[in-house]
Design a protein around this ligand. Structure first.
Ligand code: FAD
Length: 467
């Protein structure tokens, strides 16, 4: 190991790379992390998770949306919201987060090297940044993430036709927007722009959206978005996007033409491997730029690991962090547990969605008998106080052993609330824990008790009919 400049070199400073670097540094290893100076923190901090979630928070606050049930449909914190209002908060948070990441790396004595890394051989990287250098590492973690996939036939101009990474460069809030792709990122942005009063049309070639979520909750979301003047075009394919000085016209294969001030493509993401000269390391990416890994995130080359979005599903920040940590521990012989099987999914639409565990469809397919317990926010005192009458929490409970199999939440604080269900499921808990537990009142968490009581009442009714 000492023959190399570093024990570990990490390529990419997003969540996966950061946690790999810090975990190795905590084990006393000499670590370097490579990224462009204006991308420290990765896609997560600079163009993806953090900007989009901050933008959402700014939209919710300035539009006054979450208060309208209480103060009326015309309630707003600011009448004419500008892109500058939104970006001010976003840039502030990005700046702070970059500082946090840099400080964490520095205090753990991780060398932060500016530039783009390319393999020279399996242990050596050439770094091209503000200066050029070559470094070698005993172990290497590739955490280079993804970039938006761009269909070749579309002319992206960063003004009227954008990808989701370019939203922060918009010069104004468009009065109308076509969102191509109803995946998580597309729908999150569609809901933000709709909340801002923009007329949004979502075009999706599949017949539905977010099909991995609970269908009842996706229906609720679609209802809310339609109420905000969102038009859905499912089962439709874009064949052309024409641009002139006043706007765009998106033509669909069905012949429909949709005029809009701007078009945002959110049609999947491509692994960032094309600049790595992978062949010099003996590696190869798939056609979507992704790297295959085996157990412990080891690639086909023993000392090279890959973590985060570059290895594909689930491509989430929290998962990437844990993958990075586990890869570093494995690289240096530190005992680890496997990544927990039970992982929450959070979708920051307006309103937000979150779930953990099984869906009804999965349980039905695998013939697992279950009962549903539902709590509606409008029946919770906290729901009334907060002005959220549409939210709901749904528990899926095994009728065989009363364990919690899934939790699905829609509405205020869904992405936080889901963790209570996750903890109960992770500890193998039953619905009876939630029936017996005393929750603070008035809270949204009380929804767990209400839903648990609903489920157990139904199960009791069923049990009466036992032969
Ligand atoms: C709009 C949007 C919203 C999202 N919202 C959420 C969310 O709410 N919750 C969630 O969990 N996840 C969300 N994600 C996903 C999340 O951002 C990713 O899962 C996470 O950032 C992946 O981390 P990573 O470690 O793979 O690296 P990334 O964050 O993807 O960063 C990779 C880094 O590698 C660098 N790099 C690439 N090639 C090289 C090279 N050759 N040399 C040096 N450096 C290189 C890049 O510059 C970049 O900084 C969102 C993503 C997007 C795009």
């Amino acid at each position: 190991m000492t023959a190399h400049d570093y024990d570990l070199i990490v390529i990419g400073s997003g969540p996966g790379g950061q946690k790999a670097a810090i975990a190795a540094a905590k084990l006393g290893k000499r670590v370097a992390i490579v990224d462009k100076h204006d991308m420290v923190g990765g896609v997560c901090v600079n163009t993806g998770t953090i900007p989009s979630k901050t933008l959402r928070e700014a939209v919710l606050y300035l539009t006054g949306m979450s208060q309208r049930e209480l103060y009326g449909a015309s309630y707003r914190v600011k009448q004419d919201i500008t892109i500058a209002d939104l970006l001010a908060r976003t840039q502030h948070v990005i700046g702070r987060e970059v500082e946090v990441v840099r400080a964490q790396l520095l205090r753990n004595h991780v060398d932060v090297i500016d530039g783009i890394a390319k393999f020279v051989d399996p242990h050596t990287l050439a770094i091209e940044g503000r200066s050029r250098t070559t470094i070698s590492g005993g172990k290497i973690v590739i955490a280079t993430g993804t970039k938006p996939a761009r269909p070749g036939e579309v002319d992206f101009d960063q003004a009227r036709v954008l990808d989701s990474d370019e939203i922060l460069q918009m010069e104004s809030i468009p009065a109308s927007l076509v969102v191509v792709g109803a995946g998580v990122i597309g729908i999150e942005y569609a809901s933000m722009f709709a909340a801002l009063g923009c007329r949004v049309t979502v075009v999706e070639q599949r017949e539905q959206m977010l099909e991995f979520c609970d269908p009842e909750i996706v229906e609720s979301l679609k209802f809310h978005l339609r109420d905000l003047a969102v038009t859905f075009r499912f089962g439709e394919k874009v064949v052309d996007v024409a641009v002139n000085s006043i706007g765009t016209v998106t033509t669909l294969a069905s012949g429909k033409r949709i005029p809009a001030e701007a078009v945002m493509y959110s049609a999947g993401r491509q692994g960032m491997t094309s600049e790595l000269d992978l062949e010099k390391a003996g590696l190869e990416a798939d056609k979507r730029g992704r790297l295959a890994v085996g157990p412990h995130y080891v690639t086909s080359v023993n000392h090279i690991y890959a973590v985060g979005d570059v290895i594909g599903f689930p491509a989430l920040a929290a998962t990437s962090m844990d993958q990075g940590r586990l890869a570093a521990y494995h690289a240096f012989g530190e005992p680890t547990n496997e990544l927990a099987a039970l992982q929450p999914i959070g979708i920051y639409t307006i309103p937000e969605i979150s779930y953990c565990g099984a869906t009804e469809a999965e349980l039905t397919t695998s013939s697992v008998p279950y009962e549903i317990g539902t709590a509606r926010y409008r029946e919770l005192a906290r729901g009334q106080i907060a002005g959220d009458s549409y939210g709901m929490l749904k528990l899926l409970v095994s009728t065989t052993d009363r364990t919690l199999l899934g939790v699905h939440v829609f509405g205020t604080a869904a992405t936080e609330l889901v963790h209570i269900g996750q903890a109960v499921m992770g500890c193998g808990g039953t619905v009876d824990y939630l029936v017996d537990a005393v929750f603070n009142y008035p809270t949204f968490s009380e929804a767990y008790k209400v839903a648990a009581l609903d489920a157990t009442n139904k199960i009791r009714a069923l049990e009466k009919f036992r032969p």
